[in-house]
Design a protein around this ligand. Structure first.
Ligand SMILES: NC(=O)c1ccc[n+]([C@@H]2O[C@H](COP(=O)([O-])OP(=O)(O)OC[C@H]3O[C@@H](n4cnc5c(N)ncnc54)[C@H](OP(=O)(O)O)[C@@H]3O)[C@@H](O)[C@H]2O)c1
Length: 275
């Protein structure tokens, strides 16, 4: 199984570079997709493995684009081993401060994009195929103020576990990685005041992806692999994040008072992360 061929959707995001580097170092051939040609070009330069790592401008949440991307990967690499679906989106906010549009967007980005990308890839996969998705411990610990995000990742997680049963008869493995907050340059720039040392490094997530796309995960179907670091979710997350309150100032007075999160605690990070 080493030297597989993977479609990596949403590769232009925070976890893309480390994930791509880990798979490319194993000798995998990768087709990276993103909607923004400039970001894709920057990623390709950063990773720098021409021939083995290629890019393709496509929106993996659009069925036609997703099918084009999967067909292109098959053509370029003479087959496809699997999908690493990095597409995702985060919007915090308590119920009364969160537009239903944000709920829909999160369901689209975190759940339905996975459905569309998987429907495009699955017809090309054979025995030993690998499907990898990304979820959150908020599924099991759905704290206040994060209901839209947690529900969208819960939908994804339940779907992955169901699909895993559906495809395992063909020898195809569908699994997910659950992570808290990744310590990335973008996160440090957004949240300079918090201690990200307890969270996970993108490389740690990438190790799990490499495991789930490699022969060592042969016995795993429908697993959710926790890569949580030493991060702890707590009720400090409750309350109205400033970003959501700013969008709906009319509703803000009726919202419960935000419980101040301790400065420097990693679990305070999500509450104010920009949407
Ligand atoms: N980073 C974290 O701390 C963290 C924590 C928990 C879970 N996760 C999950 O881990 C996965 C990867 O994380 P990440 O931080 O790398 O994600 P990210 O940077 O937020 O997003 C990854 C990519 O998804 C694409 N995307 C977003 N919405 C899309 C849509 N509707 N249709 C198509 N593409 C879309 C974007 O690519 P383009 O705009 O370039 O197309 C973006 O670069 C995600 O599922 C995320 O939810 C991340």
């Amino acid at each position: 199984m080493t030297g597989g061929t993977f479609l990596v959707t949403g590769a232009t995001g925070r976890l893309g570079p480390a994930t791509v580097a880990a798979l490319a170092a194993r000798g995998d051939r990768l087709l990276l997709t993103g909607r923004d040609p400039a970001r894709l070009a920057r990623l390709a330069d950063e990773v720098g493995v021409p021939g083995r790592v290629e890019t393709f401008v496509a929106d993996p949440s659009d069925p036609t684009d997703a099918q084009r991307a999967a067909a292109h990967a098959v053509e370029r690499f003479d087959g496809l081993t699997g999908l690493v679906h990095l597409v995702g989106h985060f919007v915090p906010g308590p119920l009364m401060l969160t537009d239903v549009g944000d709920y829909r967007t999160l369901m689209d980005d975190n759940f339905l994009s996975a459905v569309v990308a998987t429907q495009a890839v699955l017809p090309h996969l054979g025995a030993g195929g690998r499907l990898v998705y990304f979820t959150s411990p908020l599924v099991a610990e759905p704290l206040a103020g994060l209901s839209a995000y947690a529900a969208s990742k819960a939908a994804l997680t339940t779907w992955v576990r169901s699909v895993a049963h559906e495809v395992k008869g063909r020898g195809i493995h569908a699994n997910a990685v659950s992570l808290t907050i990744a310590d990335t340059p973008a996160m440090r720039e957004e949240r300079p005041g918090i201690d990200l040392d307890h969270t996970v490094r993108p490389e740690h997530v990438a190790y799990a992806v490499r495991f789930l796309t490699g022969p060592e995960s042969e016995g795993m179907y429908g697993a959710v692999v926790p890569v949580h670091g030493r991060f702890g979710f707590s009720s400090a997350l409750a309350g109205g994040p400033p970003a959501a309150a700013a969008r709906r100032p009319d509703v803000a007075p009726a919202a419960p008072a935000a419980r101040p999160a301790p400065v420097g605690r990693p679990d305070a990070a999500l509450a104010g992360r920009p949407a």
